[in-house]
Design a protein around this ligand. Structure first.
Ligand SMILES: Cc1ncc(COP(=O)(O)O)c(C=O)c1O
Length: 420
């Protein structure tokens, strides 16, 4: 019997979509035990923006380990952490005119969200938080309460409280005034909604189906927050670290959230690491009030520092993302045009997707792509969106090769409805 089937929990998910046993990985490629190669348009669900085992990060990691650099340190000060704090401030924050204190909340995205929630509630003394339809913020109870997806929520086993879910941009169609509705709920003391401590949102909802918030909607949301003294928590865990082009997904709009959640590609190497950034005046946790054993993953600090120095000291990666974004968009529009039915191309930068009315078409395309050597996942409430997340650093020829496989796969599904 298959060892995984025999010993690993039934909860495992992605291995059912991509059943190969992978052995090595380099840049945009995953290689299985039979030496089959797969172009990776999944990139660790956004944790591998710089590809697998990127050389400039790997060499720094090996050097650090070979010198017996500190690996685990809770929140004690280390040379590796000092270098990261300095580099993050000098290369990411200062040039953007941003001033944030940096908290290490624990190793994963959901740790960052939990810390942000706790902090927003402590700052305001309020319990309610507004999150948005189709938002995804993690799987621990606090972040799961923010998450829209019913299947994920069902796993909680307890009621999920202290959150009001409101319509995201365009959730009710492009004509609906979702910000106006939200304001009416806030201003009316009889709406039944308690004044929220914070709004939490993704500027592009990744797991929720590649739903892009417009600039106008984001600006209006921030204005509303300021008017009613509500904090804004930007969850940039999946679409930060350059996924949409600039380092932060919201920076092109000149927005300054009160709290920012980052994780996934922060370490640049797939090593677990997360940050919660807060405006200095919101830095009010008492020492040790929020802690955890794995907040000092120094190997991740080393690769994160190397990633920032390698990819963010100039704008060449951002420019590459913008170029690649156009190439991806053109191919997705071509694919969409082949289908008679309602098909919509969505996304920003190098997170893009094709929405199909029938979820079976999206999963059929993902499965056909896998057979042809391309790893690509689906997202959305019913997994009806084929979602592209190639490494940002992918070379143009590999990007084109992957997109060609995607085209062939969608044609195969179109021409042979029995595949879905
Ligand atoms: C936007 C967003 N927030 C939070 C999370 C949770 O991160 P993690 O799975 O590392 O806990 C994810 C994970 O996909 C995410 O996409």
């Amino acid at each position: 019997m298959d060892i995984f089937e025999a010993f690993e929990s039934n909860v495992r998910g992605y291995c059912r979509m991509f059943p190969a046993v992978f052995k090595t990985a380099k840049d945009h490629l995953l290689i299985d035990e039979h030496d089959n190669r797969y172009i990776d348009f999944f990139a660790g669900a956004g944790a591998l923006n710089y590809g697998h085992n990127p050389e400039p990060l790997k060499s720094k990691l090996i050097e650090y380990l070979s010198q017996d650099g500190v690996t685990h340190a809770l929140d004690m000060s280390t040379s590796a952490k000092r270098e990261l704090l300095k580099t993050f401030n000098n290369v990411i924050l200062e040039p953007r005119g941003l001033n944030y204190k940096i908290m290490f909340p624990g190793p994963t995205g959901t740790n960052s969200v939990e810390a942000a929630l706790k902090l927003a509630r402590k700052i305001t003394g309020r319990h309610n938080v507004v999150s948005f339809t189709n938002g995804f913020h993690g799987m621990t109870l606090g972040s799961l309460a923010l998450t829209g997806n019913g299947g994920k929520r069902a796993g909680a086993g307890v009621p999920l409280h202290n959150v009001t879910h409101m319509p995201f941009c365009n959730y009710l169609g492009s004509e609906a005034d979702t910000i106006g509705t939200l304001e009416r709920y806030i201003e009316d003391s009889s709406s039944g909604m308690d004044l929220p401590a914070a709004f939490i949102l993704e500027s592009v909802q990744a797991e929720g189906g590649v739903n892009v918030a417009t600039k106008q909607w984001l600006e209006d949301l921030f204005k509303l927050a300021r008017k009613y003294d509500i904090l804004v928590i930007m969850d940039d865990i999946q679409v930060g670290c350059g996924r949409t082009g600039p380092f932060f997904s919201f920076e092109a709009f000149g927005l300054e959230p009160d709290i920012i959640c980052l994780s996934k590609s922060l370490s640049g190497y797939g090593l677990p690491m997360a940050l919660t950034l807060m405006k200095p005046e919101h830095d009010i946790f008492e020492p040790g009030e929020h802690n955890g054993t794995f907040r000092g993953h120094n190997a991740a600090f080393v690769t994160a520092t190397a990633a920032i120095k390698e990819y963010w000291e100039d704008d060449s990666l951002s420019k590459k993302v913008n170029r690649h974004s156009k190439i991806i968009r053109d191919v997705l529009l071509d694919i969409a045009a082949d289908f008679d039915a309602d098909v919509e191309v969505r996304g920003r930068g190098m997170i893009q997707g094709i929405h199909f009315e029938d979820p079976k078409i999206a999963s059929g395309i993902s499965q056909e792509a896998y057979k042809r050597g391309l790893i690509i996942e689906t997202s959305g409430p019913s997994d009806e969106v084929v979602k592209l997340l190639p490494p940002l650093t992918i070379c143009e020829s590999a990007l084109q090769e992957g997109l060609e496989i995607l085209k062939e796969s969608s044609r195969a599904v179109l021409e042979s409805p029995t595949l879905v």
